[in-house]
Design a protein around this ligand. Structure first.
Ligand code: NAD
Length: 355
């Protein structure tokens, strides 16, 4: 495949391929943009069908991190890494130590964290070889998922306020797709706020827990789009907003944690034309990165979580500007993220010229 001309490449600063024969490590680290700070992004372990799929994924995700951090107002750049392998079968201490060595070679330009297929425990093994790992217990922040759920909850409330003119969620029916680290915690917040829950997960144990703990209604995995909800909260997979699913939704709001929810950019316009308010995924799922950006000796969870709650305001600004400019919320999120990046780049250029 061609990397430089791929749509996802988008002027990446660096894309590095790592191979370690002893451990079997095959990894790619992508550094998209370090204008705002070191490139921080999770390490995904996935059994990709092809190397092309792995490259496309890492580039797309890495670029997404640049936008996410920029929009969230944190001083971090965008990067991501993938380990090619089966997370159920191929994990070993050797593998994650070799991955840690790879991260170390970037000398802090890239900072790894957990992602789909990796856990805090895996990253702790990598941490033995490099200090450039975030979101693990040692840095006091720990698993970022609860912070992500808190951010999604605040973004969802902002969307309800904007579209339904309601400040509380009591009685609203929210369909949650995926009850993993983020989805389950989101259900907890929603339940406490009085929402009625309908849930789906491929893991029947997760569904049973949600029924037991939150009194949630459950539907089959394929039926979550038809659940007749007021709000749809995708917290599992990407590309779930597509031609097939959008026409089935009765929800007037979409607000969930899953990355890359729109199958294609044009689906943002499809949602707008159907009167569905889309809370851009990388805006409202930025809670984890915000908390991670606070890591350090003075880490204060309350201060960090208060900043996460600010996602309410960021999302509201997006909704209001999209309405004013009669465009999609996804386009406005991109615009705001790029505006900050370009401003900092312009300031740097000015300072460089002035010195
Ligand atoms: P997770 O792996 O803990 O949970 C995902 C859940 O989705 C699992 O319970 C899984 O069984 C379920 N699932 C998989 N396929 C499904 C399907 N077809 N229908 C219904 N359920 C299905 O992941 P997570 O950490 O909770 O993250 C969820 C999403 O949020 C992912 O897209 C992730 O990239 C995104 N995200 C997570 C964080 C974070 O801090 N964890 C931050 C930003 C974005």
């Amino acid at each position: 495949m061609s990397v430089f001309t791929a749509k996802e490449f988008d002027n990446h600063e660096a894309v590095l391929f790592f191979r370690d024969e002893v451990s079997g490590l095959k990894a790619i680290i992508a550094v998209h943009d370090t204008t705002l700070g070191p490139a921080l992004g999770g390490t995904r372990m996935w059994d990709y069908k092809s190397e092309e799929d792995a490259i496309t994924d890492v580039l797309r995700l890495s670029r997404g991190m640049t936008y996410k951090s920029s929009l969230a107002g944190v001083n971090l750049g965008g990067g991501k890494s993938v380990i090619i392998g089966d997370a159920q079968k191929d994990k070993s201490e050797k593998l994650f130590k070799a991955f840690g060595c790879a991260v170390e070679r970037l000398n802090g330009t890239y900072i790894a964290a957990e992602d789909v297929g990796t856990s805090v425990a895996d990253l702790e093994m990598a941490r033995k070889m490099t200090s450039h790992i975030a979101g693990i217990s040692e840095g006091k922040c720990g698993d970022p998922s609860p912070a992500t759920a808190w951010g999604v909850f605040n973004g969802l409330k902002a969307a309800v306020h904007f579209r339904l003119k309601k400040d509380d969620l009591s009685g609203l029916k929210v369909a949650v797709q995926g009850l993993g680290h983020v989805g389950f915690e989101l259900c907890r917040y929603l339940k406490e706020a009085g929402a009625r829950l309908v849930v789906a997960d491929i893991d029947p144990n997760a569904v049973t827990r949600a029924i037991r703990e939150f009194g949630a209604g459950a539907v089959a995995v394929d039926e979550i789009y038809d659940a007749g909800a007021d709000v749809f909260a995708p917290c599992a997979l990407g590309a779930i907003l597509n031609d097939e699913t959008i026409s089935r939704l009765t929800a007037r709001i979409i607000a969930g944690s899953a990355n890359n929810q729109l199958a294609e950019d044009r689906h943002a316009d499809v949602l707008k034309s159907r009167g569905i308010l889309y809370a851009p995924d990388y805006c409202i799922n930025a809670g984890g990165i915000i908390v991670i950006s606070h890591e350090g000796p003075d880490f204060d969870r309350k201060i960090a979580m208060d900043q996460v709650a600010g996602i309410y305001k960021t999302a509201t600004n997006i909704f209001e500007r999209a309405a004013r400019e009669d465009t999609s919320t996804a386009q406005i999120a991109d615009k705001i993220a790029l505006e900050r990046l370009q401003k900092v780049k312009a300031e740097r250029k000015y300072l460089a010229l002035a010195s």
